[in-house]
Design a protein around this ligand. Sequence first.
Ligand code: ADP
Ligand code: MG
Length: 363
Amino acid sequence: MIGAPKEVHVSLSGVLKTYDGQHYVVRDLDLEVYKGEFLTLLGPSGSGKTTTLMMLAGFEHPTDGAILLDGRPVHNIPPEKRNFGVVFQSYALFPHMTVAENVGYSLRVRGTAKDETARRVAGTLEAMRLSDFAQRYPTALSGGQQQRVALARALVFEPDLVLMDEPLGALDKRLREELQLEIRSIAERFGLTVIYVTHDQEEALTMSDRIAVFNNGYIQQIGPAEEIYSRPVNRFVAGFVGDNNGLDATVTSVEGDLAQARLRGGAEVVARTTSHTRAGAPATISIRPELIVPLKEARPGALSGTVSNVVYTGDQLRIYATLPGGDEVVVKRPTSATDVPTEIGAPVHLYWDPTSAWALDGQ
Ligand code: ADP
Ligand code: MG
């Protein structure tokens, strides 16, 4: 993907969807998906991700707007003619067919010749590390293996586009992490265009070229994982993607791309502006826990507070500090860090580089 020219493969423009004619569950959706990219739709439950995927797959129709594949409208093409690979969390395998038969199914219904089918099935099973299971029935497989078969079945006919809706949702954490990397590497190896749905921000950050963050049927922000994490455009994105501190404040002045803001307790902080930041307006000062340095000694620009709790999570310490206005701030430090105030009730001075904090819209 990196450095490759960007060719638009799928585009949604002005897509709206309402099921009941009153509430819009997808609104003003404009989205371009590039050939060969791994795009994740990330958002909380009910934000419209599945509906968007169903419209792409052809199982639902947009109330308004257009979906184009390689520049051509798809609305008259039924799901089975779209040549998309589809994997859902509960996309059951055919229980009466072996793994090889399940994987070959979509080729058989397309009328692919027998030897060609056998060749492609064998190749896909090998790529998915399923060759040893070819003659087994789904009930004789673990959940992770079944999901790999579902993936193989969606990839075997070399689809134009792969749509996956929370395909790892039912698996335990370790298996999920393993399959995240596996899906990602298969997508790269086969040069697939993938639209992947999840509510798990870690999964999205791990797998995606780009992430579209959904809330209330709107895309809040779209961009590479690193950009979404380090330059969130609003409070929702800052809070949903990664751990975050959001402190209520009032902007007192704006100079260039930095704003000064007053916190509830009266302390002043400096943070980067967004296009919405205005002097006098309420803002949320957003700062990642790992970008705060907790100091024992006061220093200019540091916020003074009191250690209220310390949590050891194995690889890191989480230090909770209470500020004079009552706000609580969480700081993450590696367990190996020394000179960190860890005594409950001890004074702590929180320092961060002003360019790592953001003054986001509203409170
Ligand atoms: P997500 O996948 O992000 O959890 P969905 O697209 O499934 O979100 O749902 C978005 C909204 O649309 C929810 O409020 C949901 O209740 C509603 N919805 C989804 N499918 C249907 C349906 N078939 N009929 C009516 N309402 C639906
Ligand atoms: Mg869903």
